[in-house]
Design a protein around this ligand. Structure first.
Ligand code: GLA
Length: 749
């Protein structure tokens, strides 16, 4: 590691000198430049002055204009500072009641680490002893720049942080469009596109404990018109936080440097300030969540690939470069009806299909109260010996004998009113003295108070003891099925109740840190009634997340499509469900179910005992073929080719979705194509591939061929990358006298 204080490697020496001469009264002019492979961020950090952002965007060498272009804009607008018209990113009430904050540069540091370079700018209020250390971290191998800050003060009494956005990025564009994920339980991640108009657009999530079901904390901004998949300038932003958040896009009129009236845009992202005024004691440090930013001239696909790479290679996803096992999860197969016999039979089945892991879901625990439905026993994490008389040992032994691994479901942060835990520790649940307690799932579920160190210890010990006593448990599904409905903590003092939403998550993160420090190897799935916690706040501690409780393959095409905007495929748990599917009643061919699940981390979620021979044979083929493609699918570069949202639907033209993964060396790729509508005599789609090497010749091999059928005519044929990308392929997804929900997978070598 090399590190030096002050001015960093400075590519624009002359301009700096000029500024130095022009601004003698300001000490010296300091410009900080941070660069990723293709992104650049330039700050003006003159001592005693407001910190300004000069440029953020593509790293274009030899184009100096960015520096003079628009002059700087405040990096972090604060309430009461010179830009009175600006919305503030930071608003605090000082100990003496003063609401103003005029942060000025005090010091800058710059360092280069193995994987990133980092600038830290220390800012201090002109009047109050209030200090902020603002960080910018630019990754060497990924086009991601993270920003966040630490606040400390030595005022006489606590300072109240009324708004504390992690970042506030100004940007310009011809016609910016916002892309954000809006969804619901069992219908996650619907990309919602809208043009930015004057005013403020606000996206929030106030669930308390989770934050990705309704509105997710990631957005893209297409700068110059409607977003395109493979071209156009796009900014991507992810707030790395699992609690309540607020992302605001403000559009105001402004005068450009040349006197033109234009629109000034800014992206604010941070913890939602509602009911979260954070009370910060003197000398205590508050660190905001990181805001991760990426800029791409390659459309939304470019942003997705940057975030995927960052997740995998820069520690944002636990064990990010590892591939994941193929599993069978017991939930939709047997729900709470767990018996040793059923579990062993399911283990036999997944082993016979060629799978590698069996996960026992909800229903295995309980003592005085049994877990036969969702209304009891959360928190009583002993094995229910009425269901599993020989305990977990018999199950891990059985898994070993079948050459598969064993995993288990937990919901560590919750309890039920009907539980021994609640009887023993009623003070451990979030509640408000004197008010009726509001109950969640099953009419009895409560959320534990993760602000309380005793509860944190309880959760840590639960995992630690389970793994220590059962060293062969290789996988944990960590669920979180409740929102924070009782806004009160018996642990937090009266004057810090408004810290609850934030301290809950800080307590959770602290606990996860401890678990990971001791158990780095165990695979942990992040689940929250499906994808309710798919966010970069928790990803560093989890190997994967449950994309959705909805396993209907048709809806999964959409859900997985939107989820892939920010999250990599090896983190996306996708399971082959039953048919007709329990939630939608839809009947779908097993090949379609397999092909849809195979585009991410493949698993199964059904009762194998109810499968037909055809289904069993197809799933065995799917698992066999998936193993050959696993590395490519789970670690390859994603190109979304044809969107299910944009593809035509109707009797004239077939609705199709298609995506592919390409290896870094571009010598290996896999293509998925799904037919989503079926009418007689409808036209198909020509699919143009992406991400290949134009001069190379690729040979197609069809995979997971439909049971009892021959491969299609494209099987074994060769094409140049240029042909595949510009002319494309007619993928046979015919539905005439054929099958509903046709699908194909091709390997390209
Ligand atoms: C949640 C999860 C499901 C399953 C159930 C068990 O809904 O999302 O996958 O684990 O809990 O109760």
């Amino acid at each position: 590691m090399t590190s030096h204080k002050g001015l960093r490697r400075y590519r624009c020496f002359l301009v700096g000198l000029l500024l130095l001469c022009c601004l003698p009264s300001q000490g010296y002019a300091e410009r900080i430049l941070l660069a990723t492979p293709h992104n650049r961020l330039v700050l003006q950090a003159d001592p005693g002055q407001q910190l300004q952002l000069l440029y953020y965007g593509e790293d274009i060498e030899g184009v100096p204009s960015f520096e003079e272009e628009s002059g700087g804009r405040a990096c972090l607008p604060t309430f009461g500072d010179i830009d009175a018209v600006l919305l503030p990113a930071l608003l605090v009430q000082h100990a003496d009641g003063d609401l103003n904050l005029e942060l000025r540069v005090q010091d800058t540091e710059y360092s280069v680490q193995t994987d990133y370079e980092e600038a830290v700018i220390t800012l201090r209020d002109k009047v109050q002893p209030f200090t902020l250390r603002l960080f910018y971290r630019a990754w060497h191998n990924t086009d991601i720049i993270e920003t966040w800050y630490e606040i400390t003060h030595t005022e006489k009494h606590p300072v109240r942080l009324q708004r504390y956005d992690s970042g506030a990025l100004p940007f310009t564009g011809e016609d910016p469009h916002l892309v954000h994920m809006h969804g619901d339980w069992a219908a996650e991640a619907v990309p919602t596109v809208e043009r930015l108009t004057r005013g403020v657009k606000c996206i929030r999530n106030t669930d308390g404990a989770r934050n990705a079901h309704l509105d997710a904390p990631e957005v893209m901004i297409a700068l110059d018109g409607a977003p395109q998949e493979n071209y156009g300038r796009v900014i991507g932003a992810a707030l790395c936080w699992s609690g309540n958040f607020e992302i605001r896009l403000s559009t105001q009129s402004a005068l450009s440097a040349s006197g033109l009236l234009t629109s000034a845009y800014r992206l604010f992202a941070g913890i939602d300030p509602q009911a979260s005024e954070y009370v910060l004691a003197p000398r205590q440090t508050f660190t905001t969540p990181h805001l991760a930013l990426s800029f791409s001239p390659e459309g939304m696909g470019g942003i997705s690939r940057a975030f995927h790479r960052w997740a995998r290679t820069d520690g944002m996803l636990h064990n990010g470069m590892a591939t994941r096992d193929i599993l069978l999860n017991s939930w939709e197969g047997i729900y709470f009806d767990i018996t040793e016999e059923r579990i062993l039979a399911m283990m036999d089945d997944i082993a016979a299909f060629g799978g590698e892991l069996f996960v026992m879901d909800d229903g295995w625990f309980g003592g005085k109260y049994q877990r036969n439905s969702d209304n009891a026993a959360l928190g009583d994490w002993g094995v229910d010996t009425r269901k599993l008389p020989r305990g977990l040992k018999a199950l891990t032994d059985a898994a070993r004998e079948r050459h598969i691994k064993f995993g288990i479901w937990l919901e560590p942060e919750a309890t039920n009113t009907t539980s021994e835990l609640y009887e023993k520790h009623p003070e451990w649940v979030l509640q408000v003295r004197g008010r009726d307690i509001k109950l969640g799932r099953g009419g009895t579920q409560l959320v534990l108070d993760m602000t309380n160190p005793k509860v944190q210890d309880f959760v840590f010990n639960l995992i630690d003891t389970l793994l220590t006593n059962n060293p062969e448990i290789a996988y944990i599904k960590w669920d979180a099925n409740a929102s924070i409905q009782n806004y009160g903590s018996l642990y937090l003092p009266k004057d810090k109740q408004s810290n609850l939403y934030v301290d809950y998550h800080l307590g959770l993160l602290k606990t996860l840190e401890r678990i990971r420090a001791k158990h780095p190897e165990v695979v942990i799935q992040n689940c929250a009634s499906g994808g309710g916690r798919a966010n970069y706040g928790l990803m560093p501690y989890f190997d994967e997340f449950w994309v959705s409780d909805n396993n209907d393959p048709l809806q999964r095409v959409y859900i997985q499509w939107g989820t892939s905007y920010f999250f990599p495929s090896n983190a996306m748990a996708q399971h082959i469900g039953g048919s007709p599917y329990v939630m939608t009643g839809r009947t779908t061919p097993v090949k379609f179910r397999c092909d849809v699940a195979m585009s991410g981390r493949l698993g199964m979620e059904l009762q194998p005992a109810h499968m037909t021979d055809e289904e069993r044979a197809q799933c065995t083929t799917a698992i066999h073929d998936y193993k050959e493609l696993r590395e490519l699918i789970q670690l390859g570069n994603l190109y979304r080719l044809l969107s299910p949202y944009e593809s035509a639907a109707g009797p004239e033209k077939q609705q199709v979705a298609s995506l592919m993964y390409v290896s870094d060396a571009k010598d290996h790729a896999v293509l998925f194509a799904y037919g989503l509508s079926s009418f007689m005599r409808q036209a198909g789609h020509r699919i143009r591939l992406a991400g290949l090497e134009p001069e190379r010749t690729y040979t197609l091999t069809e995979k997971n061929i439909r049971h009892g059928e021959q491969p299609c005519a494209l099987h074994g044929r060769s094409f140049t990358g240029a042909y595949l990308m510009s002319v494309g392929l007619d993928i046979p997804l015919s539905t005439e006298y054929n099958h509903d929900y046709p699908s194909r997978i091709f390997e390209l070598k």
